[in-house]
Design a protein around this ligand. Structure first.
Ligand code: SF4
Length: 366
């Protein structure tokens, strides 16, 4: 582990020891948190269920975006048994728009496991929490420290950046085990008293003060014990991960009409948006779509008439940029939709859990 400082970088445990301990950091950070903390809906309770739901939603999603989703979700599923009793479709419908739907499916599966295997009570240790679907090191640490008061560290994007700068850790953090040294430092910092507040304070400091660009070091409660600040390396730490190249994809979505109904397909396991409904797509540009539609399996033997253009838009999934043409066609009377397909009215589309582009197309259908 390389630490920025005078002379040669130090390695290994020396780097952790070079970091001011909890006795220095925790009081300053907790005092700042008392003055500056963000008022967030999930912070008005120490219910492990609410903490858990919020932490799952916050993975890869901005705080501002999560707020309304969280309130709606808790209104509908106020406790773990209510979530366990829901259908997966209802959970996905409520999650619609948050993205990364695997999170919702795992949340649902874990709720069922908590009810079936733990009598509806959350396990009280990180090790047991991590046995539940979708609960990894970070989420387990958040539930344990915030809801249960256990001195467990958590490392996410904001606290990772703060700790890297505090400790002057100047190596790459991406890749398997890349942030393990940060976890080690976090474990030395988290105090016995108020570990949940401390972890939340680290995250708030990263979000509000120790930001990725132009951090507000002059206003930082930890400036005096920050290695990156002391050594003039704030702009270099943390070391930026290499961005993946964006991959361009062209697809055509097809609104297949029959009378006042349209054909929708459910995304299959292993596909993006697994379990959600979408309009059928073919991996070709619009001009090649008619023949591709006729050859594709989703029509299940239906004849399809001439196509007309409805529009075009782009959307992003992970590092893919998809240009989506939208065409419409009339299905013939013969044949039937294959398994995993439904004919629905425009009104019924509103009740389906749909992919983000599917929802945009549904608005075109009217
Ligand atoms: S002094 Fe600057 S770099 Fe160091 S923790 Fe505070 S905001 Fe971050």
């Amino acid at each position: 582990m390389q630490v920025a400082g005078k002379g040669k970088p130090r390695r290994g445990r020396a780097a952790v020891h070079g970091m001011p301990g909890a006795a220095t950091v925790a009081p300053a950070l907790l005092a700042w948190y008392g003055r500056a903390r963000r008022d967030l809906p999930w912070r008005r309770s120490q219910d492990p269920y609410r903490i858990w739901v919020s932490e799952v939603m916050l993975q890869q999603t901005q705080v501002e975006r999560v707020k309304d989703f969280f309130v709606r979700f808790i209104d509908r599923f106020p406790a773990v048994d209510a979530l366990a009793a829901a259908t997966e479709h209802d959970v996905l419908r409520l999650w619609e728009g948050l993205g990364y739907y695997r999170r919702a499916r795992q949340l649902h599966a874990a709720a069922k496991a908590i009810v079936a295997d733990h009598g509806g009570e959350f396990p009280r240790t990180v090790a047991e929490l991590r046995c539940l679907p979708g609960i990894g090191r970070y989420t387990a640490g958040a539930i344990a420290s915030i809801a249960m008061g256990l001195p467990e560290p958590i490392v996410e994007a904001n606290s990772r950046r703060v700790i890297a700068r505090l400790s002057g850790y100047a190596e790459r953090l991406d890749g398997p085990g890349g942030d393990e040294p940060i976890w080690q430092v976090a474990a030395t910092l988290v105090p016995q008293q108020h570990p949940g507040r401390f972890n939340q304070a680290l995250m708030d400091l990263g979000a509000m003060v120790c930001t990725p660009d132009r951090p507000l070091c002059q206003a930082c409660p930890l400036a005096e014990c920050c290695t990156a600040q002391r050594t003039g390396r704030v702009a270099e730490i943390p070391v930026k991960a290499q961005r993946r190249a964006v991959k361009a994809i062209r697809e055509t979505a097809v609104v297949v009409r029959r009378g006042n109904r349209v054909l929708v397909v459910q995304r299959e396991p292993g596909e993006w948006w697994e379990g959600l409904w979408d309009f059928p797509r073919v991996a070709v540009a619009a001009r090649a779509a008619p023949r591709a539609i006729q050859r594709s399996a989703f029509l299940g033997g239906l004849a399809c008439g001439a196509t007309s253009r409805l529009g075009r838009f782009t959307h992003s999934v992970t590092h893919h940029r998809i240009t989506l043409d939208v065409v419409a066609c009339e299905a013939g009377r013969t044949g039937r939709a294959a398994q995993g397909r439904r004919w629905v009215t425009a009104g019924a589309l509103a009740a389906l859990a749909m992919t983000a582009p599917g929802r945009r197309i549904a608005k075109l259908v009217g």
